[in-house]
Design a protein around this ligand. Structure first.
Ligand code: PLP
Length: 479
């Protein structure tokens, strides 16, 4: 497929700017560029076809099943987009007078209130632009808290080995030393290892519950108590709240600060690098450190923005990716009080349905009732047939199914992590189960067919190492 730059021809254009209705003012001489930018020159139909072609070559949640574990690829209702496209939301400017954007502030205020009710936190900031950005923000809050108490000895963040890769990365970015603790036999936090790891140098713990093998850690109250008794704080990675929203709350589990991925659980399309939102919520005692400005509702019912008194600063410009918040509030209002826990229950039901129907052919890592996702291990299949988790995932592409998450979590060998989400029908789940069973049969009869899969995709086996080590991020004109 040709790039737009390769299709470009000098003088071809599609720009039809409206007639100027204000005087033309050029920027000062020193700010002007010396030559015109090298932009592609195309007709409108060329552009339109280019994007249609790209669309056909990719797989989105609207094209087919997308059980990418830990990513919550649920269907995002179209009504969210309609709301986000309203000019009162889409055409406002962050520097507008607060009086003229009361509705927008109300969206942030009401969403914050609802997320606080769902999570058991007290105040939310919408500045962080994604989950990892939220983690980084939360860790800076923890840091500010210890510093405000004159406690400079706390230099370590404890992260279990089943954590999402962003957790240790965020802790390191925030200037902490990462202490890894192993999981126990049952896939949960090893309590003895945790007890041995905490001390006067513990700044906090980062944890997600359910964890990345899809299990709810029954010792969660013990875990947060151990950390608190050692003087540390507890950070909850709430990127995937799908299994517990409306049912149990991280705040009640003993967590002090957390982030949510609105672009996962709370329904904004993601996966192509589009705008995300990783709001951070905290308990009252941390609220004075929150970044940027938070929405406050005055006694007269109007809203304004306020900078918290000991704010850590700004994590990005203005108030975050506002339209993602609009989508999340729309989603919550459409689901209502009963719909939220029902969505969670269906997510758990769908995951367990698939787990039980696959367990006889693919060993399930920790085969007990799971939450919103579960992990299969293809270690045995690989040693018997040579077919790896990667081969099986590639095989699924030929069924029009997006592969599950592969080789994660790291504690499971040849892992395939499946998260069906609540929005899939039983028929879709049955088709996926059938596909995975056929792949298992094929692995035993014709493994080469899987080594060379996919056979019907636009791109088959890209050189992933080359792509990661030497990414070509920029097109350059051949002279
Ligand atoms: C997706 C995810 C993250 C990171 O979120 P981004 O928005 O991609 O930065 C963190 N933790 C968990 C458990 C996740 O699933």
């Amino acid at each position: 497929m040709k790039l737009l730059m390769e299709e470009s021809r000098e003088g071809r254009h599609l720009s039809l700017f409206p007639k100027m209705d204000v005087p033309e003012v050029l920027p000062p001489e020193e700010d002007r560029r010396a030559e015109a930018p090298d932009l592609p020159q195309l007709s409108e139909i060329q552009l339109s076809r280019h994007y249609s072609k790209l669309d056909r070559r990719s797989h989105g949640v609207n094209d087919g099943f997308y059980p990418l574990g830990s990513c919550t690829m649920k269907y995002n209702p179209a009504v969210n987009e309609e709301t986000a496209a309203l000019p009162g939301f889409g055409a406002v400017h962050p520097l507008q007078d607060e009086k003229s954007v009361q509705g927008c502030l109300q969206v942030l205020g009401e969403l914050g209130t609802r997320l606080a009710a769902i999570t058991g936190m007290q105040t939310f900031t919408f500045q962080p632009a994604a989950g990892a950005h939220g983690e980084f923000t939360g860790l800076l809050l923890i840091k500010a808290y210890h510093k405000s108490r004159g406690d400079s000895a706390r230099t370590k963040i404890i992260v279990p080995d089943s954590a999402h890769g962003t957790n240790p990365a965020s802790a390191a970015m925030a200037g902490y030393d990462v202490v890894n603790i192993p999981s126990s036999e049952d896939g949960c936090v090893d309590i003895d290892a945790l007890r041995a790891a905490v001390g006067p140098d513990t700044a906090g713990l980062m944890l997600t519950n359910p964890n990345t093998v899809g299990l709810f850690d029954r010792n969660i109250l013990t875990i947060t108590k151990i950390v608190h008794e050692a003087g540390g704080l507890c950070y909850y990675d709430g990127a995937n709240l799908n299994a517990i929203m409306g049912i149990v709350r991280p705040g009640d589990m003993g967590f002090d600060v957390m982030h949510l991925n609105l672009h996962k659980t709370f329904s904004t399309p993601h996966g192509g690098g589009g705008p995300g939102s990783g709001p951070v919520g905290c308990k009252d005692f941390l609220a004075k450190f929150l970044p940027g400005e938070v929405v406050v509702k005055g006694a007269d019912g109007t809203y304004h923005m306020e900078k918290p008194e000991a704010s850590i600063g700004s994590m990005r410009s203005f108030h975050g990716n506002f339209l993602v918040a609009v989508r999340a509030l729309t989603y919550l209002l459409m689901l209502g009080r009963e719909g939220v826990p029902k969505a969670a229950a269906n997510a758990v039901l769908n995951a367990n349905y698939m787990r039980v129907k696959l367990a006889d052919v693919y060993p399930v890592a920790y085969n007990v009732t799971c939450m919103h996702e579960f992990v299969l291990s293809l270690k045995k299949l690989k040693s018997e047939t040579g077919v790896s988790a990667l081969d099986a995932a590639k095989g699924l592409l030929d069924y029009g199914i997006h592969p599950p998450t592969m080789y994660f979590p790291l504690i499971v060998h040849e892992a395939l992590m499946i998260e069906p989400t609540e929005t899939e029908t039983r028929e879709t789940l049955d088709e996926a189960i059938q596909a995975l069973r056929e792949i298992n049969d094929l692995a035993h009869t014709d493994p080469d067919a899987l080594h060379s899969a996919p056979h019907h995709a636009a791109i088959t086996r890209p050189d992933e190492v080359q792509a990661a080590r030497h990414p070509k991020l920029r097109w350059t004109r051949e002279e």
